[in-house]
Design a protein around this ligand. Structure first.
Ligand SMILES: Cc1cc2nc3c(=O)[nH]c(=O)nc-3n(C[C@H](O)[C@H](O)[C@H](O)COP(=O)(O)O)c2cc1C
Length: 332
């Protein structure tokens, strides 16, 4: 029997110790609600939302359920006034962090003059951070790469970080590979430039006051624990989305040894009340279940689980019985 007394606050508690990365079209509010069922501590990022989308909104891009918290809103933009305005709106709505995207290399984002191309405009990023941080009490953070194009020296990265830090940024998330702004697609830019974790560790040594999370290619709890010897937090993207059962181990392994491990069946069942509520508001079942397809990756029956959801969840009028039927295929 485990004799340890439950701790009030988990040891090593830092909100960003583990986070799920912002991913367009993937980390939607339904996805985050699902991920939250696995972990109470993981920090969850929204997809990138542009300042333009928020300001000229056709619908409410900031809408989310407070039960998803802690959630960080990722903003895409480079106009300090607009970012300040959006940060203020987001803080009022209950988001717990504002993050500026300085890592996305897509053409669309470059044309809007934001994302990774902003690494070459450190003074502007600093101004954006400063104006947002002046307006809100929650942390304003930056997600960046280790370099862009030919601007990939360690000195260049340090200069960028120095300026952003002086502007009031206390937390940085670093995708440990550079981005090529032309010639590679966003997907290739997540795979081809080599990972350089050592550069991120070095950054932490040179900016000890700055909270630094490392991102890129991290897949297992063991890898996370290894990184946490050198930096303050780990951010996981694709593996968390494609294999969300990983999230069921996070609280115990990285935050509080007293936390239970959450199995995917339990996480799916905990979604039922939320799903009922969303269906009643006109949301289609497959908008929620599409984020659950990878939940049973290592179980017998995973293929039937995926197939049953893919073939049935889009039909009109269907409800949680589709999930119950799909769960019946699984042997855990
Ligand atoms: C489908 C997809 C969409 C993404 N969208 C965003 C985004 O909106 N903002 C952002 O900063 N990064 C975005 N990323 C990059 C991830 O946040 C992360 O930096 C990258 O996937 C590397 O982490 P990983 O190896 O753990 O997946 C996206 C990645 C994927 C796979």
């Amino acid at each position: 029997m485990n004799q340890q007394k439950p701790t009030k606050k988990p040891p090593h508690f830092y909100r960003g110790r583990f986070s799920v990365a912002p991913m367009l079209d993937w980390t939607t509010r339904h996805c985050r609600y699902f991920h939250r069922q696995f972990s109470q501590y993981a920090l969850l990022y929204t997809e990138m939302v542009t300042t333009g989308a928020i300001i000229h909104a056709k619908y409410d891009h900031l809408d989310f359920d407070l039960a998803e918290n802690p959630v960080a809103l990722q903003l895409g933009g480079s106009d300090p006034e607009q970012l300040q305005h959006c940060a203020k709106l987001a803080a009022k709505r209950g988001y717990q962090e504002i993050n500026l995207n300085v890592g996305c290399p897509s053409d669309r984002v470059q044309n809007g003059m934001f994302g990774a191309c902003l690494m070459a405009k450190a003074d502007l990023v600093a101004q954006c951070v400063q104006q947002m941080q002046e307006e809100v009490d929650i942390p304003v953070t930056v997600k960046t790469r280790i370099g862009i194009d030919e601007l990939d020296s360690y000195a260049f990265l340090c200069d960028f970080v120095q300026k952003v830090t002086l502007a009031g940024c206390q937390e940085l998330i670093v995708h440990a590979r550079k981005a090529w702004l032309s010639g590679l697609s966003p997907k290739e830019n997540r795979e081809i430039p080599p990972l350089d974790y050592e550069r991120v560790y070095q950054l932490k040594r040179d900016f000890p006051q700055l909270l630094i999370s490392i991102n890129g290619g991290i897949k297992t709890i063991e890898e996370m624990q290894q990184h946490l010897r050198y930096v303050d937090g780990v951010m996981v993207g694709r593996e968390a989305y494609q294999n969300p059962s990983l999230l069921g181990y996070i609280d115990q392994a990285l935050f509080d040894p007293q936390s239970p491990i959450v199995r995917p069946r339990e996480a799916v069942q905990k979604m039922f009340p939320y799903i009922e509520q969303q269906l009643a508001q006109g949301v289609h079942l497959n908008h929620i279940t599409r984020h659950m397809l990878g939940a049973f990756q290592h179980c017998k029956g995973a293929r039937q689980w995926r197939r049953h959801l893919s073939e049935n969840a889009h039909k009109t009028g269907v409800g949680i019985e589709v999930l119950e039927q799909a769960l019946a295929f699984l042997e855990e």
